[in-house]
Write a protein that binds this ligand. Structure first.
Ligand code: 3PG
Ligand code: MG
Length: 393
């Protein structure tokens, strides 16, 4: 996982046309930005380029439009408005940049309309990549969240541009992940929550050769509870993957790793903020029960593990922490992670919401903006955008 590439901070940007690919793919609700986390994390690079006197062009995708169709619901217009506000300067949305390149003064910023409106973007088309490259003197790849996509704006453009380097966010993400994964302080623990084993199967398997403990959370944990021969009542789980979960437990043992499956849980009768909570041993779960959190005994065991850990990757809550009576597991686990001396990395919308809700931010070493890119990195895959930067170093 060597990461040798040029960095934005190594280059002289004064008066240069700098094209920055960011991941400003933010959730929109009724045309408004529902969470600006990704934009906020990207600001450091934009401000750096402005201060260095660059002519700054920012590009990003938003959602998954049909190429060649300008779906107004997936326009970056709200993002341009947000950027204008937080940067305190006008950021115009440029829609015809491929025909008519933006004309900017030093320190000025333009946002280029959704790159996925362009035909050839997702196919990493050569012509389109070269078209992007003609806009700039320096191409800056800063979209960690999209670094696992080999597309024209994340990959091809970097091969054609006069110079290509990593932006500050991408550099920070790769440095933090490198620190956590290249030669991690041990023991190393990964917490992998989420609804389904099926969507995380390859990640779970790959992690077994990296981590010392793999803590399953959410619906994933339920499938592991079932794999130990217990009923999970009405809980979300995947019957078809129970056997696979058993195999993962065996595989873990062979690799000197451990998958600590909950010994007790908190159950409700319905997925509701009003459902009364009851603590049960996993062998006592009844048909009408819905597992909504880990129990106090399991929480204590997990919390002790966090205190002893050298590295923690936190990817998903362990219960329905949005409901007070089912929040104890995630809160205590989060507290244990935050107060541990381990190098901790957290990611994912739900994890971030839990960190906010319990005020844990200052105790987490690094909070990543990556989704799929983060998971692919964890699996040990080469991210195409990073490979491209390395080839241009
Ligand atoms: C994401 O939100 O995961 C990234 O922005 C990548 O988006 P994509 O999965 O549509 O390529
Ligand atoms: Mg995605």
């Amino acid at each position: 996982m060597a990461t040798k590439f040029k960095r934005l901070s190594d280059l002289d940007l004064e008066g240069r046309r700098v094209l920055v690919r960011q991941d400003l793919n933010v959730p929109l609700r009724d045309g408004k930005i529902a969470s600006a986390t990704r934009i906020d994390a990207s600001l450091q690079t934009i401000k750096f380029a402005i201060d260095a006197g660059a002519k700054v062009m920012i590009m990003s995708h938003l959602g998954r439009p049909v190429e060649g169709q300008r779906d107004p619901r997936l326009s970056l217009l709200p993002v341009a408005a947000y950027l204008s506000k937080v940067l305190g300067k006008t950021v115009n949305l440029d829609t015809d940049y491929l025909e008519k390149p933006p004309c900017l003064d030093n320190g000025e910023v333009a946002l280029l309309e959704n790159v996925r409106f362009n035909i050839g973007e997702s196919a990493d088309d050569r012509e389109l990549s070269a078209g992007y490259a003609r806009l700039c003197d320096i191409y800056v790849m800063d979209a960690f969240g999209t670094a696992h996509r080999a597309q024209a704006s994340t990959h091809g453009v970097g091969l054609h541009a006069p110079e290509a380097c990593a932006g500050l966010l991408l550099s920070a993400e790769l440095d933090a992940l490198g620190q956590a994964l290249a030669s991690p302080q041990r023991p190393m623990i990964a917490i992998v929550g989420g609804a389904k084993v099926s969507t995380k199967l390859t990640v779970l398997e790959s992690l077994l050769s990296v981590v010392d403990q793999l803590v399953p959370g959410g619906g994933i944990a339920n499938t592991f509870i079932a794999a130990q021969g217990h009923s999970v009542g009405k809980s979300l789980y995947e019957p078809k993957l129970v056997e696979h979960a058993s195999k993962l437990i065996e595989m873990a043992k062979m690799r000197d790793a451990d998958i600590p499956v909950p010994v007790d849980v908190v159950v409700g009768q319905s997925f509701s903020v009003r459902s009364p909570a009851q603590v049960k041993r996993v062998e006592d779960i009844e048909d009408s029960d819905l597992i909504l959190d880990i129990g106090p005994e399991t929480t204590r065991v997990y919390a002790e593990m966090m205190q002893l850990a050298g590295t923690i990757v936190w990817n998903g809550p362990v219960g329905v922490f949005e409901f007070e009576q089912f929040s104890g597991g995630t809160r205590e686990l989060g507290n244990a992670i935050a107060s541990s001396n381990a190098f901790s990395i957290a990611r994912g919308g739900d994890t971030l919401a839990a960190i906010d809700q319990f005020g844990l931010g200052s105790g987490i070493s690094y909070i990543s903006t990556g989704g799929g890119a983060f998971l692919e990195y964890l699996e040990g895959k080469t991210l195409p955008a990073v490979a491209m930067l390395e080839s241009r170093a």
